[in-house]
Write a protein that binds this ligand. Structure first.
Ligand SMILES: NC(=O)C1=CN([C@@H]2O[C@H](COP(=O)(O)OP(=O)(O)OC[C@H]3O[C@@H](n4cnc5c(N)ncnc54)[C@H](O)[C@@H]3O)[C@@H](O)[C@H]2O)C=CC1
Ligand SMILES: O=C(CO)COP(=O)(O)O
Ligand SMILES: [Zn+2]
Length: 360
């Protein structure tokens, strides 16, 4: 059933209750893909299936999943950018096919699209991440691109997650490193949430906050193990991504995992689309956010370096000026979410922060 906590909270009848929705089955490990037919049966979802994938991932993992489903009625649909137009197109296709279940095989965009489409159509979906590149694999939020920048919308968490460590370990290391950076971003997301709590009285969830923080700490403690691609690294990062997603589900918002560093990343994506992976831009934003918080920004940078994630605009192939612009304009994204980037940073301060990224 669809749950929009924001909508529910506006209704006085429900102002003392909130729904937390979680995945029911989580299968992580080698050849986990092979368990998809059994998982569908276990969930008791019978009827036409929509296989949602990306242009690249359909050729490899998507094709393998299609083969596993060949006994069942399946419609395949490919996803590009996640916009409301794309969402509507896929909704129409799912309605026409009478789909009762979506299986999303791909990166964050594919999975977020499935979350929104399944939420709007009130059908179920299974998340099959092909890379450990983002912490949206389990969360009940989705990030949609609009003219005003990325918006975080209520969406459906997956009924099941199937993370095949064999598949994830063969994805390019850049994707794994981006996923780690998306988790390391929790450090500043939490600081921003606490700052907003102190300055604006925004409600905080101690459980969501603590889970988000512990997740980032465990990942950083294992930085050496995730600095290369193997199934151990895939396991460690998938567990962290899952845990971070659960923190978002507990909070009923992306707050525990998305603060000013994400606003910076969404602005960078708007200024120079596709110049970086989501997690890479968030990692850069985390160093800058920690610098402004007066925290151990060099420690964050060292962890990102160890994992193999970019730490400067140059690493991303963008100019320092563009990076400064993203720092100054991060506050335009989701202005209701107060963060360190919403405290009136001057151009001089932004330039100094970006130059500091190159310090040895
Ligand atoms: N809902 C939530 O809580 C969250 C949502 N997100 C969203 O997720 C998206 C970012 O996810 P990404 O996965 O970084 O981006 P993405 O979905 O664009 O994928 C990045 C690239 O990786 C490729 N790829 C995926 N698996 C592969 C494999 N096994 N081998 C080779 N290439 C592979 C894809 O084809 C694509 O070109 C953004 O839209 C972001 O806003 C990110 C974090 C949390
Ligand atoms: O990316 C996220 C957490 O890593 C959440 O997405 P938003 O920044 O769109 O809320
Ligand atoms: Zn993120």
């Amino acid at each position: 059933m669809n749950v929009d906590n924001n909508r529910i909270l506006k209704d006085k009848t429900f102002d003392k209750s909130r729904w937390i929705q979680m995945p029911r089955n989580v299968v992580v490990g080698h050849d986990a893909l092979l368990q998809i037919p059994g998982i569908i049966d276990d969930l008791g979802v019978a009827g036409p299936i929509m296989l949602l994938s990306g242009a690249t991932t359909i050729q490899t993992v998507g094709a393998r999943v299609a083969e596993l489903l060949q006994e069942r009625p399946v419609t395949t649909c490919l996803v590009g950018r996640i916009t409301y137009d794309e969402i509507q197109r896929i909704e129409e296709a799912a309605k026409e096919a009478g789909s009762v279940l979506i299986i999303a095989v791909g990166g964050g965009r594919v999975i977020d699209t499935a979350k929104v489409v399944s939420y709007n159509l009130d059908i179920q979906f299974i998340s099959v991440p092909t890379a450990a590149s983002h912490d949206g694999i389990a969360s009940s939020r989705a990030s949609v691109v609009t003219d005003a920048g990325n918006v975080s919308v209520a969406a459906q968490p997956p009924l099941a997650i199937v993370a095949d460590t064999g598949v994830i370990a063969t994805a390019p290391h850049r994707l794994l490193a981006a996923g780690c950076a998306d988790i390391i971003a929790n450090y500043t997301a939490i600081l921003d949430w606490e700052l907003s709590h102190r300055l604006t009285g925004e409600a905080i969830s101690e459980y969501a906050l603590t889970l988000s923080k512990i997740t980032a700490e465990i990942l950083v403690n294992n930085a050496d193990l995730v600095s290369h691609n193997d199934e151990t690294a895939a396991w460690i990062v998938v567990k962290a991504l899952f845990s971070s997603g659960i923190a978002m589900s507990i909070a009923g918002s992306s707050r525990p995992a998305s603060g000013g560093e994400h606003k910076f990343a969404h602005m960078l994506e708007r200024l120079v689309p596709d110049s970086a992976l989501h997690g890479e831009a968030c990692g850069l934003g985390t160093i800058i956010g920690m610098y402004f918080h007066g925290g151990d920004w060099k420690g964050i940078r060292a962890s990102l370096r160890r994992i193999g994630a970019p730490t400067t605009p140059k690493d991303l192939g963008i100019s320092n000026e563009t990076c400064v612009e993203a720092v100054l304009r991060a506050c335009e994204i989701r202005p209701e979410r107060f963060t360190i980037f919403d405290t009136g940073i001057t151009r001089e301060a932004a330039v100094a922060a970006v130059e500091a990224l190159y310090e040895v």
